[in-house]
Design a protein around this ligand. Structure first.
Ligand code: ADP
Length: 310
């Protein structure tokens, strides 16, 4: 795979579903380490051996900046209607990998992506794939809320309008705000500037804006790191509610958050022994969240989730 330019104008093929059963890595069985007991892990359906439909298959993915690899050898299948958390110490390439999933790295001139990412059975980086339509199907929410300097209504209506979406715009706006659990708070001030909203509301507005173009996947890069605990709780509730309709991949530094909301967790790390100049991120372990936080397969995961490093 290589990056193709923004000029490719074929749109994504429409019917792309691929079903593939998946089982967890069969690592050595271990008892829950004492240090893991403090994390409350929500009980969920993601159990060993449960068939899952993969929406993304990443194989041997490496991203380099200016020729220097930042993350390498990523092999992972991400499933539909799940929340997948990417965790790991700062600088291990979580955000870099996340950006591969909707070709956002194309927008960073120094970045080069190699390996393969298959989305619904299609090579996401094939020449005939249009990165702009990829980003409509695979929306993204960033660390800091970034509403447009426009009214609440216009923030939501912008994407559907640009896309030429058919239908009543008032209904499209209301529906997106409802899905982002924001409608009741803003329905009487839709024409006011989005900058007048609280940080938590602005982030839910950005989620609503991403949902307004009817995406398939929502990528979230530390969406709560700038928010207070109450706003964070609202976003987490929202994520769990909407995963029936969307697939969500979230980068988070907050392990409690990963434990609370995600179904599967991928732990990345950097090999510090290689020296600063050769630092490169790698995926260490990918398992159901409950397993990652109770009986992880890899000692490095255990050390990270118990707070021994990172
Ligand atoms: P994480 O999300 O795990 O904190 P990042 O993906 O942000 O890690 O960064 C991984 C590595 O790639 C870091 O060494 C970082 O400095 C480098 N990096 C990230 N973005 C860029 C960029 N735009 N240009 C150059 N290097 C980058």
């Amino acid at each position: 795979m290589s990056r193709s330019g923004e000029g490719d104008d074929n749109s994504m093929p429409e019917d792309l579903t691929q079903t593939e059963p998946e089982t967890t890595t069969n690592g050595p069985s271990r008892d829950t380490p004492a240090g893991l007991a403090h994390l409350e892990v929500a009980s969920r359906d993601a159990t060993v051996g449960t068939p899952r439909t993969h929406i993304f298959e990443a194989s041997n993915v490496e991203v380099a900046y200016g020729g220097k690899p930042a993350v390498t050898d990523v092999n992972i299948g991400l499933a539909e209607h799940e929340i997948t958390a990417l965790i790991g110490p700062s600088g291990c390439g979580k955000s870099t990998f996340l950006r591969c999933l909707n070709r956002m790295n194309d927008l960073i001139p120094a970045a080069s992506v190699t390996g393969s990412i298959v989305y619904h059975g299609h090579d996401l980086y094939a020449k005939n794939i249009d990165p702009v339509s990829v980003r409509k199907r695979i929306g993204m929410v960033f660390q800091k809320p970034n509403p447009f300097p426009k009214s609440i209504y216009e923030n939501i209506a912008f994407g559907p309008r640009v896309m030429g979406m058919k239908g009543n715009m008032d209904e499209i706006v209301e529906s997106a705000l409802q899905r982002a659990a924001l409608w009741d708070e803003v329905k009487d001030r839709l024409k006011t500037n989005a900058f007048g909203m609280s940080g938590g509301q602005q982030q839910r507005l950005c989620i609503a804006r991403a949902l307004a173009t009817s995406p398939d996947v929502l990528l979230m890069d530390e969406p709560c790191s700038a928010l207070d605990p109450i706003s964070t709780g609202k976003i987490e509730e929202l994520m769990v509610e909407i995963k029936q309709e969307y697939s969500i991949v979230i980068v988070t530094h907050n392990m409690q958050q990963a434990a609370r909301v995600s179904d599967w967790t991928a732990f990345f790390t950097v090999d510090l022994s290689a020296g600063e100049a050769n630092r490169v991120g790698r995926l260490v372990e990918y398992n159901p969240t409950e397993k990652i936080f109770t009986t992880p397969d890899d000692e490095r995961t255990e050390q990270y989730v118990t707070g021994k490093f990172g």
